[in-house]
Design a protein around this ligand. Structure first.
Ligand code: NAG
Ligand code: NAG
Ligand code: NAG
Ligand code: NAG
Ligand code: NAG
Ligand code: NAG
Length: 543
């Protein structure tokens, strides 16, 4: 129902929203270019050369990746604006990640706002905002206030004494260029209170605290807290968005010490307040809960994260019905699986909701689910090995029984020749002394493969590139998410693949977004290693 409403609304809206002068709405995505050849009996595990025709996980139409996102919901038109830092720092234009924007109503079709930057970096090397950085947008009295980080990479120099400060630009439209407010006094760290006064003062997040009838700004900073340097969130308050007063440390990590808690956000679902931040070191997004807008903040009852490293700088936005979490999944340098993680990547969006115990969980947005589950794709089984039983005639349902370590019972499928698709199944295990799950980019069925695997003994779901023969309990995962696992439980699994973006949803509770160049167009399958597990209704669907 809501899906249809949103679709109809989006058509109506395009006409209503007036654009900027240079408005040139470009569809993200390009011509289909995948070869239609299907691998024969031998397995294909060759990584696809990275393509740029993303739709579900967008990047820019001129081939750039995106960094930190700053979502804003426009109630008047029902559109979600996804402001982001465009990764054009290291390119010849040398524009140092200015703000650009996407709009969407469904999370699988994105339009771009202006072809020009919505907020550009200054071209004056002494200006505080020689590079603009992350911030947030809030609407007041018909005006859009964009608070942003002014970051000067020339610090320290004769004319730059502070590396970062918080600045303001405004606009009368959410999709037009923001005008910098020269008379807004740049906010710098408080002096004499133990803050790092020269650096590490960024990512302002501004929201209205209706409980206390004021605007609040959280700024990521570093401070000496009782003799220990910690990443903290500094709190400022204002009645008018223009004059801000320092109001103490909002959160200092509690028992934990983060170097920087980046891109913090506070939101409320039902009667619980949530604080979200990105740990600059691990790249994990963590959250805290409170019954009051100002804390105290405590860790959730269950795990303190619901994703891996693939949704950095995540922030959420509510459309009035549901709340969506968005961030970016890094590319690898050189676009190879062996490359180190780079800055910037593709947008990834989950629906985020509250569980009965007040903890947060994530799942696929219903619009994306409907879109991806439109057309059944005819799955071709390539081969199987070990103790494999088809549990339901006419469907790809298999019980895999493996009695010993490294005895890899498996079923391998031919490559899916589609630009974007979803693999779904229900997984239920009787016992597991090692692991089971999905093979991605399988060169063989027992060793040289990437795995998306359930590890019940460690209560986590893991992505590993490591060959099976080298994989043990001390292996550092390429990416993982904690998840309590029990035998005899049906776990729903969805794996969404578009080029090198691979996003897994487990049981509508946790997600794992990863960059896997070897995923598209290669052989894949299911496996069990020293486990007894049933995969029911393995299906592939496409838009
Ligand atoms: C193997 O997969 C890659 C990546 O999709 C593709 O470029 C190549 O053509 C495939 N090779 C064969 C023999 O199908
Ligand atoms: C900046 O100037 C505008 C008018 O140009 C005024 O409305 C605004 O209040 C000023 N801001 C501050 C912080 O003084
Ligand atoms: C600093 O230490 C004192 C004494 O142990 C304690 O009372 C106070 O709460 C601490 N302050 C912070 C911010 O942790
Ligand atoms: C806000 O600050 C400006 C200068 O930055 C000042 O002129 C103005 O009076 C202040 N307004 C309030 C409400 O404090
Ligand atoms: C609010 O709580 C109810 C009951 O626990 C739950 O069904 C609902 O999903 C929650 N609302 C949101 C937006 O998560
Ligand atoms: C993984 O195994 C394959 C063959 O089994 C081998 O060619 C490759 O070098 C191995 N990779 C690593 C990193 O050990």
């Amino acid at each position: 129902m809501r899906y249809k409403t949103l679709k109809m609304m989006s058509l109506a809206l395009m006409a209503v929203v007036s654009g900027c002068d240079k408005l040139h709405i470009t569809k993200v995505g390009g011509p289909e270019s995948e070869s239609e050849t299907v691998a024969s009996a031998s397995l294909n595990c060759t990584a696809q050369t990275e393509e740029e025709d993303y739709q579900i996980f967008p990047m820019t139409s001129d081939g750039y990746r995106i960094g930190d996102v700053m979502p804003y919901f426009e109630p008047g038109t029902g559109e979600i604006f996804v402001y982001y830092l465009k990764d054009i720092w290291d390119d010849p234009s040398n524009e140092r990640h200015p703000w650009y924007g996407f709009t969407t109503t469904n999370f699988y079709e994105y339009d771009e706002t202006c072809t020009d930057a919505l907020l550009a970096s200054s071209d004056q090397g002494c200006d505080q905002d020689f590079a603009v950085g992350t911030g947030s947008v809030i609407k007041k009295g018909g005006k859009y206030y964009a608070f942003y980080t002014g970051h000067n990479p020339n610090y320290p120099s004769s004319c730059v004494s502070k590396k970062e400060g918080v600045m303001l630009a405004t606009s009368n439209w959410p999709n037009q260029q923001f005008t910098k407010k020269a008379n807004f006094s740049t906010i710098y760290p408080p002096t004499g209170l133990g803050f790092d006064e020269q650096d590490n003062f960024r990512d302002p997040f501004v929201y209205e605290d209706t409980q206390n009838n004021e605007y609040v700004m959280l700024i990521s900073a570093r401070k000496d807290v009782n003799g220990t340097w910690k990443g903290v969130l500094a709190k400022y308050t204002s009645g008018n968005l223009l004059n801000w007063t320092y109001d103490g440390v909002f959160y200092d990590g509690g028992a934990d010490n983060y170097f920087m808690m980046e891109c913090a956000e506070v939101f409320k679902i039902n009667s619980t307040y949530y604080l979200l931040f990105s740990d600059i070191d691990t790249k994990y997004v963590y959250y805290r809960k409170s019954s009051s807008a100002n804390g105290p903040w405590s860790k959730p009852t269950g795990i303190e994260r619901f994703e891996g490293k693939g949704i950095y700088a995540a922030k959420s936005v509510s459309d009035g019905y549901d709340r969506y979490l968005m961030g970016w999944t890094h590319v690898n340098i050189g676009h190879t699986d062996g490359g180190a993680p780079g800055w910037g990547g593709n947008l990834v969006v989950h629906k985020i909701y509250q569980k009965a115990n007040g903890d947060l969980a994530v799942t696929i947005p219903h619009t994306v689910e409907n879109h991806l589950e439109t057309t059944a794709y005819s799955l071709v089984k390539n081969s199987q090995w070990g103790d494999v039983t088809n549990t339901q005639a006419g469907s790809h349902s298999y019980r895999l029984y493996s009695p010993a370590d490294y005895d890899m019972a498996n079923v391998i499928f031919d490559p899916v020749m589609a630009e974007r698709y979803e693999i779904s199944a229900t997984v239920n295990y009787v016992s597991s002394a090692r692991d089971f799950g999905f093979m991605i980019g399988a060169c063989d069925g027992w060793n040289d493969l990437f795995s998306l695997r359930f590890v019940p003994q460690e209560n986590r779901f893991s992505f590993d590139k490591t060959n099976r023969s080298n994989l043990d309990t001390s292996t550092v995962p390429d990416n993982d998410v904690p998840f309590a696992l029990s035998p005899g439980v049906d776990y729903s699994v969805r794996i969404v693949i578009e080029n090198s973006m691979v996003v897994v949803y487990i049981n509508d509770e946790v997600a794992l977004s990863s960059r896997i160049y070897r995923a598209p167009g290669t052989n894949w399958g299911i496996f069990a290693d020293h486990s007894d597990v049933t995969f029911t209704n393995i299906e592939v669907t496409t838009p």
